[in-house]
Ligand binder design. Sequence first.
Ligand code: 3SL
Length: 263
Amino acid sequence: MNQKKFVHVCLTPALIDQFDVSDAIVVVIDILRATTTMSVAFDNGAELIVPVEKIDQATSFRDKGYLVGGERAGVKVEGFDLGNSPFAYNRETVEGKRIAMTTTNGTRAIKAAQERNAKEIVTGSFCNISLLTKWLIDQNEHVCLLCAGWRDNVTLEDSIFAGALSRRLRHHFRRFQDTALVAETLFQAANIRKKYFFRHSSHFHRLVHLNLQEEVKYAMRRDTHNVLPLMIGNELRDISHVEGDYRIYKDSVLALQEKEAIA
Ligand code: 3SL
């Protein structure tokens, strides 16, 4: 058992400054839908995803041959190649592609963790929960589960996922912050009364109004995309295929990024 390492749950990015993430692996969670969609993109062969905060930042990647994706208010941004639907990031569209992506909360949470010099940043969703759990246990580092929420508010689905993950980590870590227990208790309650929780989730309502209930169902399925998106420099890359120490792969990508920046 990992005696000394902490598991924190940060229920909204507004609380991130309460944690020193410089020595923690931050798991960014945006179940509906950004981190779910990212997992799908990687499983369908996307080479990398650059998460950015603003629309014009995303658009600026088009000249470099990137696909540009993301949403505002749940709707694809005008002129973008892709929105934020997991179904749009199919193999035909994304295989071998580089993608620049901006979403209302998910990519913003990634940037917030990056600005606080998080030791590592990975993305989590129900569709990669088991692989992610195993990887976190193997790393022997502090863990901060950062819920993207909605405009700095707590959301049910991200908190429930944080609870599911925290519960899986509980036998392997010793020190848990109270918010971990809050999230776990919520997860247990939600597991018993799934429909009740869904019906009362604000983001579920938002997506249902956009006729996106199939996407909500999709986002709740477990272990459908066994990928492990890790921030390397300014890019997310899937490290699930990396054998041995992932840091060697990370260094090689960083060296490549440096070369590309000079060229
Ligand atoms: O907030 C986000 O990052 C998005 O995932 C929101 S939406 O599901 O696309 O509306």
